[in-house]
Design a protein around this ligand. Structure first.
Ligand code: NAD
Length: 432
């Protein structure tokens, strides 16, 4: 089988490389020539644990190209894994998906299966198939199938090779058979359904996870008011198998390229059909407030940040990724800069991407020690292991005023108590 994957981002590249790992020959197409050149030289354009190693191991089965014509014309299966970002009104922007679909319509020369991996609104697969049927240049049969992706950045390779499930939204037995053959080397449960239900499974899953995070964050906010400890609450809840212990970590809210846009897109879609998704709306609203919670806490210590040294630990939206999309740090840093703060930041992999947004406004540090030295306050946005395992006594030794506001509950309150610092986290009591 000749497999082509359109888009070499977190989803497309990981999918392509993992399919090569189970023995397929895969052509990865992208419009970004820099990315393609980087991959041709054996380098991954994104930071994902284990990805570069697998690219190297399977290099004879992987082709990287910008030449979509040669990639699509004789492919048996074409996966589309390009971005579906948020439009201003919250709906999903399908322009990249349709760009690929148009390119397929122009170039495909044999019967093939087009598989939509990108997260797309319910009904998109049907529309794409209609579009293809009306616009195919050659007399070939092209069917569309939905195969949403559930990997999480930071663990994308592992999540793909050991996925919790493979969802196949198909219109025919033929499409199901082809996709089962593609995934033959994996050993995961299949959920086979129609295309609209497959599209909905993806949104319903992501929005449920976002809701779970916003729920525990609201409970955390109430814990702060009534004097309870959200970590213990989450532990006590998590033992109940009906609740589960995952996604109950209180913090400064979710970010990334999926939860924010997928909650808004489903909410928009529901509105479009005159239905109000009240729970999802609440998840979105709670998250918006949660993102700037540390700034609100910081204002209790300083009315203005003008001229203050502010240490920022963690820039990415979560550990294990270099992705900054919707990272809470991006909601806070502009406020601090506007207020006149001198920001010194540390992050193990996010700095290069941050420099594209703030080349000169922030001092990027090589170590946590350097970032916190002489700081008037320290804000923690990402729970990188280096931050979690940091010797907390150094905050008191190195900072001008040892005020640490932790948006990810990195430290044990008992240990913090002996460290001589003022410490506020999320949903737990203040230590001072
Ligand atoms: P991304 O932005 O990392 O990558 C998209 C890639 O597509 C880019 O490299 C871009 O250059 C390329 N591209 C754009 N137009 C193209 C074209 N015409 N031909 C070929 N390539 C083209 O995106 P991502 O994070 O991998 O997300 C892709 C899709 O998967 C989205 O719909 C997203 O919602 C969904 N998804 C993402 C994740 C995740 O964790 N990132 C998880 C599950 C699902």
């Amino acid at each position: 089988m000749k497999i082509t994957v359109a888009g070499t981002g977190y989803v497309g590249l990981v999918t392509g490389v993992c399919l090569a790992e189970i023995g397929h020959n895969v052509t990865c197409v992208d419009v970004d020539e820099n990315k393609i050149n980087l991959m041709k030289s054996g380098k991954s354009p994104i930071y994902e644990a284990g990805l570069e190693e697998l690219m190297l191991k399977n290099k004879d089965r992987l082709t990287y190209t910008t030449d979509y014509k040669s990639a699509y014309k004789d492919a048996d299966v074409i996966f589309i894994g390009v971005g579906t970002p948020e439009k201003k009104d919250g709906s999903a922007n399908l322009k990249y998906v349709y760009e690929v679909v148009k390119q397929i319509a122009e170039t495909v020369e044999k019967d093939s299966l087009v598989v939509i991996k990108s997260t797309v609104p319910i009904g998109t697969n049907d529309k794409i198939e209609r579009f293809l049927k009306e616009n195919l240049k050659n007399d070939v049969d092209v069917e569309v199938a939905s195969n949403p992706e559930f990997l999480a950045q930071g663990t994308a390779v592992k999540d793909t090779l050991q996925a919790s499930r493979i969802v196949l939204g198909v219109k025919s037995k033929r499409a199901e058979k082809i996709l089962r053959k593609v995934y033959d080397g994996f050993n995961q449960p299949y959920v086979v359904t129609d295309r609209r239900s497959a599209e909905m499974i993806k949104y319903a899953s992501n929005d449920f996870l976002a809701l779970k995070i916003s729920y525990i964050n609201e409970i955390a906010n109430l814990c702060e008011i009534v004097g309870a400890n959200v970590e213990d609450i989450a532990k006590g809840m998590g033992y109940d198998p009906r609740i589960g212990n995952k996604f109950l970590r209180a913090g400064i809210g979710y970010g990334g390229s999926c939860f924010p846009k997928d909650t808004k897109a489903l909410h928009w879609l529901a509105n479009f059909h005159d239905y109000e998704l009240k729970t999802v709306k609440a998840a979105i609203e709670v998250n918006e407030n949660q993102k700037i919670k540390l700034i609100k806490k910081a204002r209790r210590y300083y009315e203005s940040f003008n001229g203050l040294n502010v240490a920022i630990l963690g820039l990415t939206f979560k550990p294990g990724t270099d992705d900054l999309r919707e990272a809470p740090s991006l909601a806070n840093i502009p406020i601090l800069l506007e207020d006149g703060a001198n920001i010194k930041a540390w992050d193990p992999v996010g700095v290069e991407n941050y420099k594209k947004i703030y080349p000169n406004e922030i001092t990027y540090c090589d170590s946590i020690e350097e970032a916190i030295k002489d700081a008037d306050i320290c804000l923690i946005f990402t729970e990188w292991p280096e931050i979690v395992n940091f010797d907390i006594s150094k905050f008191e030794k190195l900072m001008k005023k040892p005020i640490v506001l932790d948006g990810r509950n990195c430290y044990d309150l008992k240990e913090v108590k002996d460290a001589g610092i003022i410490y506020e986290s999320i949903g737990r009591r203040t230590i001072n």
